[in-house]
Design a protein around this ligand. Structure first.
Ligand code: ATP
Ligand code: MG
Length: 410
């Protein structure tokens, strides 16, 4: 059986074809950094002196995503590879997009990139690194350093400040001093970046295994209080968040990690943060549920078997267990409560978590219970007792509902 072609094979095939047509073609950016670090690149980006039109002559079905930016997506062996024409970028009047781009040389293309470790090329055919920006030295020194003048580079695109934190945390690198100071001195400008772009970076920082370091750098760079409105942090709260984030399982997803960062806030404030950052409905619901349920667990909201089953039937119970553990560690509390929760929940068979209700609304209608608050209360209470194993058959449930409806009617 032939091995499936990888995205690296795809990039190499494209490089050979463009090179065969006489163009200069190099691997560029993040994949070169990752290859040199011995890490698996997420994707392989290609940079070339061929214009988008020239790439399209060789790949007529390529998708031109921004002729203006010189980026074409080529499909090869089922993989999508980004092929970008070497370019310089004009002024950024809005702090987000260059006003214009111009096709340029490889060296000029390196200079428009954000950090030295992200500014290298790799010539696959000659098997050598092309480094116009001192990226190899900074990789060896484990340093995140802006290419060119740090202040100017962060003023061009404020998001680069968050990117610096992300790469430093993920790779375990230091942010070089001038680069760090440039961020520190204009951290509030991150407010001008769209909420979507901030959220995407924050998500990458918090879903990485080094999330606690990432959080710490958000704080030390001064970016943290500007990530959303009312992002207010005392030293004590920030320390708690950091300890809690450090206690999460490596693979924690965004909802769990964000809820952990905010665990000591009221659910309302956490909801506000999600809203400002335009998180998806799923993330909003999960974060709010996690924080509310943590409150119930650590308060005295979970006393019975039914309380536990209702939590287990929630959107992400396993994450709730991780959040409880992380918060106990952050608060220097013993883990007994977490261990009990694991133990008690493991003892409940999956089918018993959310069984079909013994009675439903139709039964109440047949019993002439009027639609309204009493109706819902009766159904909820009967189900609660069913979960608590106090009502175990339909007959008892109907009798109990009848008595409760009568006692509750005005
Ligand atoms: P990852 O592995 O997380 O994808 P990456 O380095 O590939 O990291 P991307 O956001 O995919 O990061 O960008 C690819 C490359 O494009 C970067 O390595 C960098 O050279 C350049 N780049 C991306 N965003 C910017 C930016 N905002 N300013 C300057 N250069 C950028
Ligand atoms: Mg990338």
């Amino acid at each position: 059986m032939k091995a499936r072609k990888t995205s690296k094979d795809a990039a190499e095939a494209i490089i050979r074809k463009l090179n065969g047509a006489g163009f200069e073609v190099l691997l560029a950016g993040g994949c070169v950094r990752d290859l040199l670090l011995g890490l698996q690149p997420k994707d392989y980006d290609i940079a070339t002196n061929a214009t988008p039109q020239q790439v399209c002559v060789l790949y007529p079905r390529a998708q031109v995503v921004g002729a203006h930016f010189g980026v074409v997506i080529v499909r090869e062996f089922g993989h999508f590879v980004e092929v970008a024409t070497f370019r310089t970028e004009g002024v950024y009047t809005d702090g987000r997009h260059p006003d214009s781009v111009e096709f340029a040389t490889a060296e000029e293309d390196a200079m428009r990139r954000d950090f030295t470790i992200n500014g290298m090329f790799f010539d696959v055919l000659k098997n050598c690194v092309i480094d116009h920006v001192g990226g190899q030295e900074d990789l060896r020194g484990r340093i995140i350093q802006a290419i060119g003048h740090p202040e100017r580079r962060f003023d061009e695109d404020h998001l680069r400040m968050l990117r610096a934190v992300r790469f430093a945390a993920r790779l375990g690198f230091e942010i070089e001093q001038e680069t760090f100071e440039a961020i520190y001195n204009r951290a509030d400008k991150i407010r001008r970046v769209s909420a979507e772009r901030i959220r995407e970076e924050l998500e990458k920082i918090l879903t990485d295994r080094n999330r606690a370091d990432g959080f710490d750098m958000l704080r030390s760079t001064g970016l943290l209080p500007h990530l959303w409105q009312q992002s207010q942090w005392s030293t004590e709260l920030a320390e708690k968040s950091k300890r809690a984030l450090a206690a999460l399982p490596e693979k924690a997803g965004f909802s769990l990690a964000f809820a952990t960062m905010l665990y000591h806030l009221a659910a309302k404030s956490a909801h506000g943060a999600c809203r400002h950052l335009t998180c998806s409905n799923k993330v909003r619901t999960e974060v709010q549920w996690l924080i509310n349920s943590l409150g119930a667990l650590t308060g005295d909201g979970v006393k019975t078997l039914a309380d536990l089953k209702l939590l287990m039937a929630g959107p992400c119970f396993e994450d709730l267990c991780s959040l409880l553990r992380a918060s106990l560690i952050a608060e220097n509390q013993p883990l007994e409560q977490y261990e009990r929760l694991c133990h008690d929940s493991a003892a409940i068979a999956p089918d018993d978590v959310a069984p079909t209700p013994l009675i439903n609304g139709d039964d109440l209608i047949r019993m002439n219970v009027e639609q309204g608050p009493v109706f819902k209360r009766v159904l909820d209470e009967v189900y609660y007792r069913q979960l608590n194993l106090e009502l175990t058959n339909r007959e008892d449930a109907l009798a109990w509902a009848g008595r409760l409806a009568e006692a509750s009617s005005p």
